[in-house]
Ligand binder design. Structure first.
Ligand SMILES: Nc1ncnc2c1ncn2[C@@H]1O[C@H](COP(=O)(O)OP(=O)(O)OP(=O)(O)O)[C@@H](O)[C@H]1O
Ligand SMILES: [Mg+2]
Length: 315
């Protein structure tokens, strides 16, 4: 049984649908990514799962029980790490964790044990006594992350935990997230960094305008996506650009040498692309161009998003 099951989740604000019939499940030990641009509805979906916003429709089940707005006795099952930092600048790192631990009902020796454990996990032991206002952005993010782990939740919701952090803290955070999942925790991880989703997540849901466009292990999604095709050709310089106008881009790379790029156009169907590619080959043959190599460049989720929506993730 999956630890989290979401079905037909829906939310509108002022008549605008921002989460549209979202459905997915997350297993114990799995990192499930929500990948989508600004305004895709990632935070809204997460807030509903965390019980902080009421869905208009749909069902959330956590560990087999109704999720969403839960009685206090069940709230310990999940930990939310919000997109906005929720830590106190004038308290030290340790005091922040003690404060959040107490909110979750931890006391005395148990509280200290958990605070020490989390400080180890986020590798902030050395700096734990300093006021948080003296922390770097990355350290603050790590503390924000730690605050959601104190009560040993089974499901951890991470809303863009690496925004604005230095590369070292980022790699650190990602490793901590992997360790957390390896210990059996189910993780939902929202991001608009495709590299992160590709590297870290066991499965990724690509979200746009509140709808799930694709969902699966990153490699499977990429295998199903098509990339641009690059042809190296030897030809007479005069004709090639004209001959391929409108179907491919032509770049001169040397004496009689050209790189012909057949680009995928956002929402073009695979069959239409194949047809266009065949047309390029025909025109090359008709212009007596000699084909030297064919290459499809490495695919990534950014390209897949572009294929699906006609827009870039970062627009
Ligand atoms: N409380 C609210 N009232 C009105 N509109 C809202 C509210 N919260 C979110 N929205 C709108 O819902 C849409 C989805 O927002 P949401 O914050 O869930 O997106 P997101 O994917 O988390 O984006 P980001 O990557 O910028 O964090 C946006 O158009 C946003 O303006
Ligand atoms: Mg958000």
């Amino acid at each position: 049984m999956p630890l989290l099951e979401v079905s037909h989740l829906k939310k509108s604000y002022g008549g605008k649908v921002v989460v549209d019939d979202l459905a997915f499940s997350v297993d114990q030990g799995e990192i499930f990514g929500l990948l989508g641009p600004n305004g895709a509805g990632k935070s809204t979906a997460m807030m509903m799962i965390a019980g902080l916003h009421l869905p208009d429709a749909g069902e959330i089940r956590i560990d087999g029980e109704p999720g969403g707005v839960m009685p206090p006795s069940r709230k310990h099952v999940l930990g939310l790490v919000p997109q906005e930092l929720a830590i106190y600048p004038d308290l030290s790192g340790r005091e922040n964790l003690e404060f959040f631990g107490e909110i979750y009902g931890l006391r005395s020796a148990r509280l200290q044990e958990r605070v020490n454990h989390v400080l180890d996990q986020i590798e902030l032991n050395e700096h734990a006594g300093r006021p948080v206002r003296t922390f770097s952005g990355g350290m603050k993010r790590r503390l924000n992350f730690g605050a959601g782990l104190l009560h040993e939740p089974q499901l951890v919701i991470l809303d863009e935990p690496t925004v604005g952090v230095d590369p070292q803290s980022r790699s650190h955070l990602l490793k901590s997230v992997r360790r957390l999942a390896d210990s059996g925790v189910a993780v939902i991880f929202a991001t608009h960094y495709m590299e992160e989703a590709q590297e870290l997540c066991d499965r990724v849901a690509i979200i746009d305008h509140g709808r799930m466009l694709k969902c699966g292990p990153p490699q499977e999604l990429l295998d199903a996506a098509h990339a641009n095709v690059h042809l190296r050709v030897h030809a007479e310089p005069d004709h090639l650009g004209d001959a391929l106008r409108g179907v491919a881009e032509v770049e001169t790379t040397g004496d009689h040498e050209f790189l012909v790029t057949v680009k995928r156009d956002g929402r073009e169907q695979p069959q239409a692309f194949d047809k266009r590619l065949a047309g390029v080959f025909e025109r090359l043959a008709a212009n007596r161009a000699e084909l030297e190599s064919i290459e499809t460049r490495e695919r990534n989720l950014e390209q897949l998003f572009l294929d699906l929506t006609g827009r870039s993730l970062r627009e």
